[in-house]
Design a binder for this molecule. Structure first.
Ligand code: NDP
Length: 258
C-alpha cells in the first residue's frame, strides 16, 4: 500500500532541462516508477541521447526541443503534449543556469537577465502553461528545482543573480501552491546543496580551493549526486506526498544547519 503510492504508472511527466545532470536523473526516477517521460531540452542531441538511455532501460520516453525562456514555445509544447498524450500529470521545472563567481558590481545586464530568464521566468512560463491543463483536470504535481542558494549566500563564489533567482523560485512555488491548492494541483520545490553535474564543474573540477570550502561548510562533508535529488523529486511528484504543497524541501547534506 505505501510502496504503491510511489508508483506513477499511466502518468505523463515532463522534465525541463532533462537531458543531463539532475534532470536526467529525475527523468529516470519518474520513468522507473512507471511514468511516460518527456525530456524537454534546449539541445536536440542532448534529449536524443537521454531518451535513448531511458528506452534502453525499458522506460517510455520521448524528447522535445524546448527553450523554457520562450513563453510562446512553452505554451505550444504544453498544448502539443496534451493533444498527443492526453494529459500531463507531473512537471519538473529543472532547467537552470549558473554562471557563478561574478561579483555584483561586475554583473552585466545581460548576465543578470540570462539567469532570471531561465531560472525564474522559465519556471513561471512552464508552471503557467502546464498548470492550465492540470487545473482543467483538477489533478497534477509540479516540482520546481530551487536551491539552498535561495536560503543562504554561497561561499566563496559571488553569484547574487543566481541566489536571487532561486529565492524567487521558492516564493513562486508557495504562491502557486496557495492559488492552486483547492484545485488539485500541488506545487513543491527541492532545494539541493552542491550536486556533481556539469553546472558545478567550475568548482569541483577546476577550483580545488573553492571545492575544499564547499566541503568544509557541509556537515556531511561531501557534495551530492543527481540521483539523491531525483529520489526527492520522485517522492514529491507521487501520491506519497499527497498532503504536501508549498514545501521547499532541503536536500543539502546539512549545509544550512551552520
Ligand atoms: P546542468 O547544467 O547539468 O543541466 C541543466 C540542463 O538544463 C542542461 O542540459 C541545460 O542545457 C538545460 N537548459 C539550460 N537552459 C535551458 C533552457 N532555456 N531551456 C531548456 N533547457 C535549458 O545543471 P544541473 O543538473 O546541475 O542543474 C539542474 C537544476 O538544479 C538547475 O535548476 C540548477 O540551478 C539546480 N541546482 C543545481 C545544483 C548543483 O549543484 N548542480 C544545486 C542546486 C540547484 P545547456 O547545458 O545547453 O545550457
Amino acid at each position: 500500500m505505501y510502496l504503491d503510492k510511489l508508483r506513477l504508472d499511466g502518468r505523463v511527466a515532463v522534465v525541463t532541462g532533462g537531458g543531463q545532470g539532475i534532470g536526467a536523473a529525475c527523468a529516470r526516477a519518474l520513468g522507473e516508477a512507471g511514468a511516460r517521460v518527456v525530456v524537454a531540452e534546449l539541445m536536440p542531441e542532448r534529449h536524443e541521447a537521454c531518451v535513448a538511455d531511458l528506452r534502453a532501460l525499458g522506460i517510455e520516453a520521448e524528447g522535445l526541443t524546448l527553450d523554457v525562456t520562450r513563453s510562446a514555445a512553452v505554451d505550444e509544447a504544453a498544448t502539443g503534449i496534451v493533444d498527443r498524450l492526453g494529459r500531463v500529470d507531473i512537471l519538473v521545472n529543472n532547467a537552470g543556469v549558473a554562471k557563478s563567481d561574478v561579483p555584483a558590481e561586475e554583473t552585466s545586464d545581460e548576465h543578470w537577465r540570462f539567469h532570471m530568464d531561465v531560472n525564474l521566468d522559465g519556471v513561471f512560463w512552464c508552471c503557467r502553461a502546464f498548470g492550465r491543463p492540470m487545473l482543467d483536470r483538477g489533478q497534477g504535481a509540479i516540482v520546481n528545482i530551487g536551491s539552498m542558494s535561495g536560503f543562504i549566500v554561497n561561499k566563496p563564489q559571488p553569484q547574487s543573480f543566481y541566489n536571487a533567482s532561486k529565492a524567487a523560485v521558492h516564493h513562486l512555488t508557495k504562491s502557486l501552491a496557495a492559488e492552486w491548492g483547492r484545485r488539485g494541483v500541488r506545487v513543491n520545490a527541492v532545494a539541493p546543496t552542491y550536486i556533481e553535474t556539469p553546472l558545478t564543474a567550475f568548482g569541483i573540477e577546476e577550483n580545488p580551493d573553492m571545492y575544499a570550502t564547499w566541503l568544509e561548510m557541509t556537515p556531511m562533508g561531501r557534495v551530492g549526486q543527481p540521483h539523491e535529488i531525483a529520489s526527492v523529486v520522485h517522492f514529491l511528484a507521487s501520491d506519497a506526498a499527497s498532503l504536501m504543497t508549498g514545501a521547499i524541501v532541503l536536500a543539502d547534506g546539512g549545509y544550512t544547519c551552520w
